[in-house]
Design a protein around this ligand. Structure first.
Ligand SMILES: [Fe+2]
Length: 275
């Protein structure tokens, strides 16, 4: 459906609709749960925007790794939202955020065979209800509850067993590579090209030389731009979205960064891809 460059869209940005439409943005992305029960004050601008630009969705609360049963009612509500806005693409985090109640944070799933198979089954269940293939995103994490597998092996097993796609978040790879002392390029290289549906890029906070925090609250760092270029080199160009969740700047500043995504993409031949 979509190639090129995307921009994360938040409620704070509804006044930017006109500017977004006149910019070189190929798609926008929202968290469906933040818009499903919104009054017309927000639904109207989203509808107006998405009549003119494709929408992809990136969920926050599906809690794929949770020990709690999957929230079927929630998944059905997501399906209604996707159908109403004619959305093909829905991605979620390879993490969990609930256990007897929501914690509103993305917790790491233990890297074990059992957990990989458990999550893969839940992804299949979601895909069946949505009648769509979904994409899972590699998340940033600050503690690894089990190291029976490494992150690469865990992610590969989930992708294979669930037959789902991957949303490759390049900033998360960078942040994890510093915090957990692994080689970011090796991680990128090990991801299966055919599973990569799209990507994310974002800014992070340098707490220390060996501690980076995935904040989405500042400009993308040079090391992450280089890694995005490396990812295209390995896998070909895939649609890539700029995430910015805090300290939202003027649109012109974000467009500078989406322009940089475009410039890097233009260095490589585009492969046929969709969001
Ligand atoms: Fe992301």
């Amino acid at each position: 459906m979509v190639k090129g460059v995307g921009l994360g869209y938040r409620r704070e940005m509804v006044s930017m609709n006109k500017e977004i439409l006149s910019a070189n943005i190929d798609y926008v992305e929202v968290a469906p749960e933040n818009w499903m029960r919104m009054n017309s004050l927000y639904q109207k601008p989203l509808k107006e925007l998405t009549e003119n630009i494709p929408l992809s969705t990136h969920g926050l609360s599906l809690s794929l790794g949770s020990p709690d049963p999957l929230d079927i009612e929630f998944v059905k509500n997501v399906k209604s939202f996707l159908d109403a806005y004619n959305v093909e693409s829905y991605s979620e985090h390879l993490s969990y955020c609930s256990s007897n109640g929501h914690v509103y944070d993305l917790m790491p799933i233990p890297f074990t065979y059992d957990a990989a198979r458990y999550v893969a089954k839940r992804i299949q269940q979601v895909q069946d209800i949505l009648e769509r293939k979904i994409a899972i995103e590699n998340v940033s994490y600050y503690l690894s509850p089990s190291n029976e597998l490494n992150e690469i092996e865990f992610t590969q097993i989930v992708l294979e067993e669930a037959k789902c796609d991957l949303l490759l978040d390049v900033n998360n790879v960078y942040v994890n590579s510093i915090n957990h002392n692994y080689d970011a390029k090796s991680f990128i290289q090990a991801m299966p090209s055919t599973a990569i549906l799209c990507g994310h890029i974002a800014g992070h906070y340098d707490e220390d030389d060996d501690l980076k925090i995935d904040t989405h609250g500042s400009a993308v760092k040079p090391e992450v731009w280089s890694l995005l270029e490396y990812a295209y080199q390995c896998h070909g160009v895939f649609p890539t979205l700029l995430e910015r969740d805090f300290n939202i700047p003027e649109l012109s500043e974000m467009l500078g960064e989406t322009g940089q995504i475009s410039a890097i993409q233009n260095k490589f031949s585009k492969r046929p891809s969709s969001v």
